[in-house]
Ligand binder design. Structure first.
Ligand SMILES: Nc1ncnc2c1ncn2[C@@H]1O[C@H](COP(=O)(O)OP(=O)(O)OP(=O)(O)O)[C@@H](O)[C@H]1O
Length: 523
């Protein structure tokens, strides 16, 4: 796929923007989230929207989608000026479509039903859906955008990337139906669509974005993955602290340029510690013959002072290893040993007591309680040891939570903020802080920096390296090769539940990881 659009990159005079946001303001309880952001999105471009966690990306998108009302500023679409509030449908009827990270698809519904749901929305519950017409329309969309799914397939039958593509054409189809704008020249907003996709399938989604671009539409793509942004976008806009830090053409921009714009500072790499010294102490955690749904008869030793990465293609088993070791998922066979001694019936509660903790990938679903405050979330592991009789020492817990927020740069650094209102990266930092305070000996991580910006990522790596230097061991299951290169002392590559390769020290490079993961496919 080319990285330049014919419309934008042709050297012709810049076309009029499809979407122009000027001086947009929004505060929550008096705290500004947007302090006057500006962005122009042109026809025929994929425009990246970057920024640290909490910089205001989602807030702007939620204003455009009608979820929040802006406090001030202008928005124009196709040159027509509009002012927030935009009502519950946001700018959907003006030619904008939105695909949120969770995709908004129900597993049991078919592709056709999902698309027709939008028709129900338009027509009201009383009107009959013309199923034959819907089927023609949906088939036409699938063909036009070469999505390759069956209209009657249920969502749970589709691969993750097919689901993402269905969500995209569903948004496109919704626009075609409701927009009074010209069919060409619509704006599709994708909020971190790739974080849950297997790396090797992301290209299929990007090809679809290329087809939209060729159609004269525009895509606004929010992502923290700079390689992805450099690969797929024509221009990028960076938000910093609720303001626009700048807009750049992607061609000619480097990763470091973008990092500097995001952070307002140069990128700083975290040094890995010295190599682990393996004395005659037993490993902190081991597996022998461990077998799960995918993992098959795996032997593994995790030693004090090391970060061990585990990776592979989706379905190779690497994703289930943290949960098996933690006891959140029952093994079919095999045993787990801690400090050389067999662990009888591993369960989450006993793992926690033994100093083994798990930070799951889906932090919103599993890691934190959205309706509680940051302090309450951070206090959960300590409620018993901070209890005096029936009373909990909230004062001590508040001090502890404040210290963790400050140490980890959680934004806002306010333990009384609602956890669910924190941006994704800040939620992850708060969760890490909570578990680090329990001084674990084994930390099992699953995609620990998904949705986390580059600055917070560095802080998380630093914390992990510091804890490892004190004698902890970390297992990090991820398909993010860059993270493995930066963080891991050794990486185990799985294939169909078995160890395919092990890379150590300086041999851990992105290329080496990719060729180990894809070795069989390439041959
Ligand atoms: N409903 C809300 N109530 C209070 N504060 C909020 C609310 N939504 C967002 N914020 C705050 O507004 C600021 C901007 O958050 P926003 O979610 O827009 O950032 P973001 O750039 O999308 O971050 P991320 O990359 O982590 O998703 C943050 O400080 C956040 O805590």
């Amino acid at each position: 796929m080319t990285t330049q659009s014919s419309t934008v990159g042709s050297g012709a005079a810049t076309p009029a923007p499809l979407l122009r946001v000027t001086n947009l303001h929004k505060a929550f309880n008096g705290v500004p989230a947007l302090r006057g952001v500006d962005i122009d999105v042109l026809p025929g471009e994929v425009h990246g929207l970057l920024g640290a966690n909490g910089s205001g990306k989602s807030t702007m998108i939620k204003v455009l989608a009608g979820f929040h009302d802006a406090d001030g500023g202008q928005v124009s679409i196709h040159g027509r000026e509009l002012r927030s509030p935009f009502g519950p449908r946001g700018l959907r009827d003006q030619g904008m479509g939105f695909v949120h990270q969770d995709l908004g698809l129900a597993p049991a519904g078919t592709v056709l039903e999902h698309m027709a749901l939008d028709a129900f929305g338009d027509a009201g519950a009383m009107r009959r859906v013309d199923w034959a017409a819907e089927r023609r329309r949906v088939n036409d969309l699938i063909e036009r955008f070469d999505v390759g799914v069956d209209v009657d397939a249920t969502i749970d039958m589709l691969t993750p990337v097919q689901r993402a593509m269905v969500a995209v054409i569903r948004a496109v189809g919704g626009q075609e139906r409701s927009s009074d704008a010209d069919r060409r020249g619509q704006i599709l907003v994708l909020d971190e669509p790739t974080v849950f996709l297997p790396r090797h399938e992301v290209g299929l989604l990007f090809d679809l974005l290329g087809r939209l671009r060729a159609n004269g539409d525009a895509v606004l793509l929010v992502s923290h993955d700079l390689d992805e942004i450099l690969q797929v976008t024509d221009r990028v806009t960076v938000f910093r602290n609720g303001e626009t830090a700048g807009t750049r053409a992607t061609a000619g921009s480097t990763r470091d340029d973008l990092v500097q714009l995001i952070l307002g500072a140069r990128d700083e790499h975290v040094a890995k510690g010295a190599a682990v010294v393996r004395d005659d102490r037993p490993p902190l955690l081991s597996a022998r013959g461990l077998t799960g749904n995918r993992i098959d008869n795996l032997d593994l030793d995790l030693y004090a002072g090391e970060v061990v990465g585990i990776t592979g293609l989706a379905g190779s088993g690497f994703e289930e290893l943290p949960e098996l070791l933690y006891g959140a998922r029952r093994a079919r066979a095999g045993e787990i040993l801690q400090n050389g001694e067999t662990v009888a019936k591993p369960k989450p509660i006993s793992s926690m007591r033994r100093g083994v903790i798990l930070i799951p990938a889906d932090r919103k679903g599993q890691g934190g309680v959205l309706g509680l405050t940051v302090k309450e979330n951070m206090s959960l592991p300590f409620l018993t040891n901070r209890a005096k009789g029936f009373r909990v020492d909230w004062k001590a817990l508040a001090v502890q939570a404040q210290e963790a927020c400050d140490r980890l740069n959680v934004v806002p650094p306010n333990p009384d903020a609602q956890f669910g209102h924190l941006s994704g990266g800040n939620q992850q930092k708060a969760l890490l802080g909570k578990w680090m305070d329990t001084a674990p000996s084994v930390m099992l991580l699953s995609e620990p920096t998904q949705g986390v910006d580059i600055g917070a990522r560095r802080e998380i790596f630093k914390l992990i390296r510091a804890a490892v230097a004190e004698g902890m061991t970390v297992l990090c299951a991820t398909s993010d090769y860059e993270q493995l290169v930066e963080m891991a002392d050794r990486v185990i590559v799985l294939d169909q539940g078995h160890v395919r390769a092990e890379l150590n020290g300086d041999d851990i490079t992105k290329d080496a990881l990719a060729s180990a993961v894809y070795a069989e496919e390439a041959s």
